[in-house]
Design a protein around this ligand. Structure first.
Ligand code: PEP
Length: 250
């Protein structure tokens, strides 16, 4: 791996009660002493503060799974960047494929969310990735270019390198089908070239994660690749032993 500090993020999606979240943290923390990676847990909104409290003083950071771009107002069911900071979150996942596919998240909304997260001091973990059908018709690069261009379009050049991008091919999410390390590295390298086209320095600095059925058995192989700066982990992040093993592989 390069000099970029790896990020290993646990995306719990809509899983775990407050009590289960606390139990997870108590089981995880003793297993991940002295880690080099930035470890991030993304619980459901209601467990954010529980995870913040349970990991206080340790090396784990907490992220939300979504955010609205407006600071406040009549947006029923939404939360703002300031509200996430208030709950103790330091990062936010934006544009996960489940939000794009199931909840109508658009490139236009993401072009607002990514800079708003940065302006508020939240680390944006911005997700992109192609569907199986898009990969089969050789459209992967076109889709990634569209998503990356949109999500970063309002990010000033000086701050581009601060964004974390997660390459998550939709066909590999929750399916047990992992992209091969070569496929994952190719796509991450392509995404880096898109950022480098705007700023060479940002292209070198930006951290690009892979996500899609990462587990203890395949983590070291994926994380050992030069272009892959960490992992966004769904299913395997629900078990503290499995997640700790992935963190320790980074
Ligand atoms: C995800 O949801 O971001 C993800 C990568 O899920 P899984 O690890 O279960 O494929």
């Amino acid at each position: 791996m390069s000099e970029r500090r790896p990020v290993i993020a646990a995306n719990w999606k809509m899983n775990k009660s407050i009590e289960e979240a606390e139990e997870f943290c108590n089981a995880l923390l003793p297993r991940i002493c002295d880690v080099g990676a930035q470890v991030v847990i993304c619980p459901p909104f209601l467990a954010l503060n529980t995870v913040v409290e349970a990991t206080k003083g340790g090396e784990v950071e907490v992220a939300a799974q979504n955010m609205h771009f407006e600071p406040d107002g009549a947006f029923t069911g939404e939360v703002s960047a300031a509200m996430l900071l208030d709950a103790g979150a330091l990062a936010v996942v934006l544009g996960h494929s489940e939000r794009r596919q199931l909840f109508g998240e658009t490139d236009e909304a993401l072009s607002r969310k990514v800079p708003v997260a940065l302006e508020n001091g939240l680390l944006p973990i911005f997700c992109v990735g192609e569907s199986e059908e898009e990969r089969e018709r050789d459209d992967t690069d076109r889709v990634l270019r569209r998503q990356v261009d949109a999500g970063l379009s309002r990010v000033p050049e000086a701050r581009l390198g601060e964004v974390v991008i997660a390459y998550e091919p939709i066909w590999a999410i929750g399916t047990g089908k992992t992209a091969t390390p070569e496929e994952a590295e190719d796509a991450c390298g392509f995404i880096r070239s898109l950022v480098s086209a705007r700023s060479e320095a940002a292209g070198q600095a930006i951290r690009i994660l892979y996500g899609g059925s990462v587990k203890p058995a395949n983590a070291a192989d994926l994380l050992g690749r030069e272009e892959i700066d960490g992992a966004l982990v769904g299913g395997a992040s629900l078990d503290p032993g499995d997640f700790a093993a992935i963190v320790m592989a980074a």
